[in-house]
Design a protein around this ligand. Structure first.
Ligand SMILES: Cc1cc2nc3c(=O)[nH]c(=O)nc-3n(C[C@H](O)[C@H](O)[C@H](O)COP(=O)(O)O)c2cc1C
Length: 392
């Protein structure tokens, strides 16, 4: 996949190390981008009912250390750095240089559901902290920063991206159709980024109950993208299929274990006549239209021009304050798993991370279609294509 992509990025950094670092390559020159814009997205990731103590310690702030000059991208690799405020409490524990000081936070009791045990076996570690520091979803801070740059590019072409929560554990929100803009406006100040206030009250109560029991919860979030042109992605080769690329991006988020495009799972239980979106032609607008969007904005692995709808299923958090059965890797004795400071439910943050990874994937597909070295060149390619689509 990496060889075909126009937009590439790598993240590095440990959860309690000095910071998180991202190199983003492939952005055109001339895109206006400011630190505040990225910081706003980072702040959105930190919100949400059910988060643990870590989010109270951190106020994530990005520093752009390469690839931007006087507020505009240079077309060169962009480097995004974010310091971990908590690092000051972990300097011995996470020291890069060898240390003689006794380590106090060695992890030898793997948590079921986390990367601890398999990561330890695979990389041959006796301290599972070496695994969890990188497996931690703290890494998604980098992806939200990177996603903000991708989002900024798409915004130039009228694309809006919004995530919202549709379920927490067994509590489901009512389906309330909304544009991306409406979702952003209505959910920004809510505790769980949920459009259905009644369901959200129940979700909050359920999170309180889980916390009291030392348990955790997952949920479902939905990403809505408006303003995409038809024809991003392609049906001609497996690795150009946009649905596959979106699914990969979503499943790369820690704890996301299911992805749905449009009404994917419901559609599988119906007749075809109840599922596919009939095609009409609006002569006045000189445009093809649909009476529904059950496909979720993708047909043949290409955007249709209707809103893109992608859902992610987040499993419950693995760290339990009432831990599950585990085995100490040194003594092989049976124990309860270790407890690391943890969220009870991270679904609201997952919706923001979902927005970011979808933005990166769409920006990549966008650059593939309209590619150019400068924003001006891309705009010319985009305008020409939109004109061509109008004449079809
Ligand atoms: C926003 C977010 C926050 C998370 N916070 C925690 C947490 O506090 N404690 C925890 O055990 N897992 C947390 N997770 C999930 C773990 O990172 C994830 O389960 C683990 O890395 C293993 O990966 P896997 O679930 O994809 O197999 C979080 C996930 C996300 C998306």
């Amino acid at each position: 996949m990496q060889s075909l992509t126009k937009l590439r990025y790598l993240t590095s950094g440990e959860s309690h190390g000095p910071g998180l670092y991202t190199v983003l390559e492939g952005m055109p020159s001339g895109l206006p981008i400011e630190v505040e814009y990225i910081n706003d997205q980072l702040a959105r990731r930190q919100k949400g009912y059910g988060r643990g103590g870590r989010m109270k310690i951190e106020t994530d702030q990005v520093e752009i250390t390469a690839g931007v000059r006087h507020g505009y991208t240079l077309g060169a690799p962009i480097c995004l750095s974010i310091q971990n405020s908590d690092w000051k409490n972990w300097q011995d524990e996470m020291s890069v240089s060898p240390t003689d000081k006794p380590l106090k936070r060695v992890v030898t009791r793997p948590r079921p559901g986390h990367a601890d045990l398999v990561g330890g076996i695979k990389y041959d570690f006796r301290d599972l902290r070496n695994v969890l520091e990188r497996a931690s979803a703290r890494e998604t801070t980098s992806r939200v920063a990177c996603g903000a740059v991708a989002r900024r590019l798409l915004e130039e072409f009228g694309v809006k991206i919004a995530g919202h929560v549709t379920a927490v554990g067994p509590v489901r929100a009512r389906v309330l159709p909304a544009t991306a803009e409406e979702i952003l406006q209505k959910t920004e100040e809510t505790p769980l980024r949920c459009l259905d206030a009644e369901a959200e009250t129940k979700m909050v109560a359920l999170i309180d109950e889980a916390k009291k029991m030392g348990d955790s919860l997952g949920g479902i979030f939905e990403i809505v993208v408006d303003g995409l042109p038809p024809g991003l992605g392609s049906y001609v080769q497996w690795d150009r299929k946009l649905d596959g690329r979106l699914a990969q991006a979503m499943l790369s988020i820690q704890a996301v274990k299911g992805v749905e495009i449009g009404d994917g799972f419901d559609n599988a239980l119906k007749f075809g006549s109840q599922v596919h979106d009939p095609i009409y032609y609006d002569a006045a607008k000189k445009a093809f239209t649909r009476s529904s969007n059950r496909a979720g904005g993708l047909e043949g692995s290409m955007t249709t021009g209707l809103p893109l709808i992608v859902r992610g299923a987040l499993k419950p958090i693995s760290t339990l304050y009432e831990p599950l059965h585990s085995v100490d890797i040194e003594t092989k004795q049976e124990f309860e798993a270790s407890v690391e400071r943890s969220d009870t439910c991270a679904i609201a943050a997952a919706a923001v991370i979902g927005e970011a990874v979808i933005a990166i994937t769409l920006a990549d597909a966008f650059l593939e279609k309209f590619g150019g070295d400068s924003l001006r060149e891309i705009r010319r390619n985009y305008d020409g294509y939109i004109e061509q689509v109008r004449e079809y």
